[in-house]
Write a protein that binds this ligand. Structure first.
Ligand code: FEO
Length: 402
């Protein structure tokens, strides 16, 4: 199955309908691994697919041309969801040269036996003519691996953007205007939050580079291809690159016997103020993927856990480990939780918030066993503080942009 993007340029990738866990990123809508075939005087394949689906990719190529006629296989990114199929692809396409950067080849060599592969090494700014089409290579280091690269085809005004602007979204449609835009944008935001948040500065720099290109279509390695809403996704990336804070409060917690749950509900009550979106998430009833997505544009975040064995609940620890790696910037917040005879959870969370360089608004709220009415009143008051701070952070970010 293939789909025409532009004259002589087809999608030949694989739709992974059933994947639900992409290295811990939860994917309820599945995923796609997008590969593209450009047929000209020379023929080039742009990116491969995950190893188990290499034969599906090859069948799609076979539907368009003979294997002997493929001259180049471009590898924009060496992560196995795109490079895993390369060994099978390279052994099947007898005349194809692998086109990649030196850095990319070194990563591929550490993952596969590349000894029999023909290669054509490129660097930032290099071009390769296929005839009527030119491939121009734009290195995008750490977006999101060191060897990451875009390939741009000026004659088609087409940018192959690899993971950037992608979404984990399996659908029989291929273009952004063939599905509900809010769903594509939701998946694009989840993708950004869980893959690209640590690289905001790199994303911003890449967006500046992209401004210099004449683009009619962006074809990422995952999900829908952008042809009707390019401005929408570029604007969204601009906001996400800075974790642009919305007037939004997030309260995240884990609890054993609901004492910390009572505190969390009192905090969210206090935070539910006019003009503020307030969201409450139980860590084990949600997913790290969803929580990271909500954190991305929240201005203020409270994180709570009851005490367990002198520390926090295990999934609270997992969440903080995950968030620290993603490094969402510019948040304010505080820690909270209940304890019995041991202590440590709110204090440990407080330290994580400080390590992430968040603006810690107050000392951790600690309650012995069950919160009483005074404790709950204190939690509501702390929720009001979160709401006030969320509005302040949002307004100051808007005035900075103005
Ligand atoms: Fe889709 Fe970073 O691989």
């Amino acid at each position: 199955m293939e789909t025409l993007l532009k004259e002589n340029i087809n999608w030949v990738g694989f739709i992974d309908w059933n994947i639900r866990d992409f290295h811990s990123y939860i994917t309820p809508r599945g995923a796609t691994y997008n590969s593209y075939l450009i047929q000209d005087e020379k023929t080039a394949l742009i990116d491969a697919v995950k190893a188990p689906f290499a034969d599906n990719l090859l069948r799609n190529i076979k539907g368009l041309t003979e294997f002997e006629k493929v001259d180049f296989v471009v590898c924009n990114h060496a992560e196995p969801d795109h490079s895993g199929g390369l060994p099978r692809v390279m052994e099947t396409l007898p005349n194809a040269k692998l086109v990649c950067t030196e850095k990319c080849l070194k990563v591929l060599e550490r993952q596969y036996d590349t000894s029999g592969w023909l290669t054509h090494i490129v660097k930032d700014g290099d071009s390769l003519s296929l005839g009527k089409h030119t491939l121009t290579f734009i290195e995008t280091p750490l977006l999101h691996w060191p060897e990451s690269m875009f390939t741009y085809v000026p004659e088609a005004k087409l940018l192959f953007s690899m993971d950037a602007f992608g979404q984990h979204y399996a659908t029989s449609n291929r273009f952004d205007d063939e599905v509900d835009l809010s769903t594509v944008m939701e998946e694009a935001k989840i993708y950004y939050a869980n893959i690209l948040t640590p690289f905001g500065r790199r994303v911003a720099a890449t967006l500046e580079k992209a401004k210099t290109l004449d683009i009619e279509m962006i074809a990422p390695s995952h999900g829908l291809i952008w042809r009707s809403h390019i401005g929408t996704i570029l604007d969204a990336y601009h906001d996400w690159a800075t974790c642009k804070p919305e007037p939004k409060v997030l309260v995240i917690y884990d609890t054993q016997w609901d004492s910390t749950g009572l505190m969390a509900r009192a905090i969210i009550d206090g935070a539910s103020q006019p003009g503020v979106e307030a969201i409450l998430l139980h860590i084990r009833q949600s997913s790290l993927t969803r929580i990271a997505t909500e954190v991305l544009d929240s201005a203020a975040v409270a994180i709570g856990s009851s005490n367990l064995n002198q520390g926090m609940m295990p999934m609270a620890g997992a969440l903080l480990t995950y968030l620290k790696g993603l490094n969402p910037v510019g948040k304010a917040g505080f820690a909270f939780g209940s304890y019995g005879w041991g202590k440590g959870a709110p204090e440990a969370i407080d330290q994580w918030l400080r390590d992430m360089k968040w603006d810690v608004l107050r000392d951790p709220i600690k309650v012995k066993f069950r919160p009483n009415p005074e404790d709950l009143a204190m939690c509501r008051e702390a929720g009001e503080l979160l709401a006030k701070k969320a509005i302040e952070i949002h307004e100051s970010s808007v005035s900075r942009i103005d």
